[in-house]
Ligand binder design. Structure first.
Ligand code: HEM
Length: 388
């Protein structure tokens, strides 16, 4: 279709988020895009870069629907009014008492992992700390035993499939994951192997409107807890470890005041948010500034860019935990804001506390360079630090 020059849609600049140039510097590209224009269009959809637009879209599910995929996703892919009761069910798994009860087990995992790390030599904070910690904490929480390696391999394939844009490959990856989960459910349905008090078992006995959940919905809930969580937790630890290693004044302040860790970690993740985007689809034509999106346009809310918007944060790289907290979008906003945030925060705080307690200094490993991660993740792929 030819568009007139004064057609607002024609004015949305083009970009290719998966081009080698963008992948080589996602953060820098987002910073430049955000300043040049509020949005950009690629064959995958329209990306929103600015804080105000991302927040407005996240708070308007009537216009920006989360039903982006044919596959049912509980509760991620749901809109009002269907979303609310499912979301209430999911929230009940992240209540303060449950997080507090889990904390000692997560602490034991973190302490053991850190104690086994070598001192004075290169440690990759993503591969040797972030990923194993995320998988061990997650499997301990869900009561899944003996599948750590399988989950790690699945995580890598899941990202490769997302990056490829190949829907058949993504469907195969989703099916493989569903099978991992179904095995866990079968194990719990075998009376002599039933485990009584983990969240996986609780989902099998949970009800919504007086009805038990279907196996497909249980699998979907567990998929969304695991698929998004493992990778973002591992990447988040990489970002935090690199920030600490390269900001020793902040590292020392947090050694002195570990009670500040939760706010500090949120701010480190705001500066370099590894959880890049979430998708929406427009239900009708909508104006964003001087641009117009058509009904059915695919939209990406770019949290990483919005979290660095100069209009809200001033210098995006300046570390100001208290001042920036009210505007921080690392865990999203609106009805889909992350229900797992209390769990994620507890796990990140406990892991960093363990690292700080067991060391006198964390610094960048001499002679080794960090490597950036690429879409669908941000942050670092490799974070070479030295523990002393
Ligand atoms: C550093 C770690 C994490 C980050 C940065 C993160 C980030 C986010 C963000 C930005 C959203 C909003 C999605 C949207 O608006 O479409 C979200 C939603 C969600 N997150 Fe997280 N998350 C993290 C950890 C977790 C954990 C630990 C869990 C569960 C175990 C979890 C489960 C979910 C679920 C189920 C949703 C969808 C909620 C809904 O649709 O109502 N996340 N997360």
């Amino acid at each position: 279709m030819n568009r007139r020059v004064d057609d607002p849609q024609a004015a949305i600049p083009a970009w290719e988020p998966l081009s080698p140039e963008v992948l080589a510097d996602q953060l820098g590209t987002y910073d430049r895009q955000r300043i040049a224009c509020a949005l950009a269009r690629s064959p995958r959809g329209v990306t929103l870069f600015r804080h105000a637009d991302v927040v407005a879209a996240a708070h308007d599910p009537q216009t920006f629907s989360s039903a982006v995929s044919a596959r049912r996703a509980v509760p991620n892919g749901m809109d009002p009014p269907e979303h609310a009761p499912w979301r209430a069910l999911v929230d009940s798994f992240f209540a303060p008492a449950q997080i507090a009860a889990l904390e000692p087990r997560v602490r034991a995992i973190a302490d053991a992992l850190v104690a086994a790390l070598p001192r004075g030599t290169v440690v990759d904070a993503v591969a040797e700390i972030g990923r194993p910690f995320a998988v061990r904490a997650q499997t301990a929480w869900l009561g899944w035993q003996g599948i750590e390696d399988e989950l790690l391999a699945w995580m890598a394939e899941n990202h490769a499939a997302t990056r490829s844009g190949d829907t058949a490959r993504s469907a195969a990856v989703a099916a493989a994951f569903d099978e991992i989960i179904r095995r866990q459910l079968r194990r719990r349905r075998t009376p002599d192997q039933a485990t009584s008090d983990d969240p996986t078992t609780a989902l099998l006995t949970a009800t919504l409107d007086g009805q038990p959940l279907s196996e497909a919905d249980i699998v979907s809930i567990l998929r969304n807890w695991t698929a998004g969580d493992l990778a973002s937790m591992a990447a988040a630890l990489g970002v935090v470890a690199w920030f600490l290693a390269t900001h020793q004044d902040v590292q020392q302040a947090l050694r002195d005041r570990p009670q500040d860790l939760a706010l500090a970690i949120d701010e480190m993740l705001r500066i370099d948010d590894p959880f890049l985007v979430n998708r929406r689809v427009t239900t009708h034509a909508v104006r964003i500034g001087e641009h117009e999106l058509a009904a059915g346009d695919r939209v990406y809310l770019n949290w990483t860019s919005a979290n660095r918007d100069e209009a809200v944060f001033g210098d995006p790289g300046a570390y100001r935990p208290e001042q920036n907290a009210p505007h921080n979008l690392v865990y999203g906003t609106g009805i889909h804001a992350c229900p797992g945030r209390p769990l994620a925060t507890m796990e990140l705080v406990v892991a960093v506390e363990a690292l700080l307690k067991a060391t006198a200094l964390i610094d960048p490993a001499p002679g080794a360079s960090p490597e950036r991660e690429t879409y669908p993740l941000g942050g670092w792929r490799r974070v070479p630090v030295r523990l002393r």
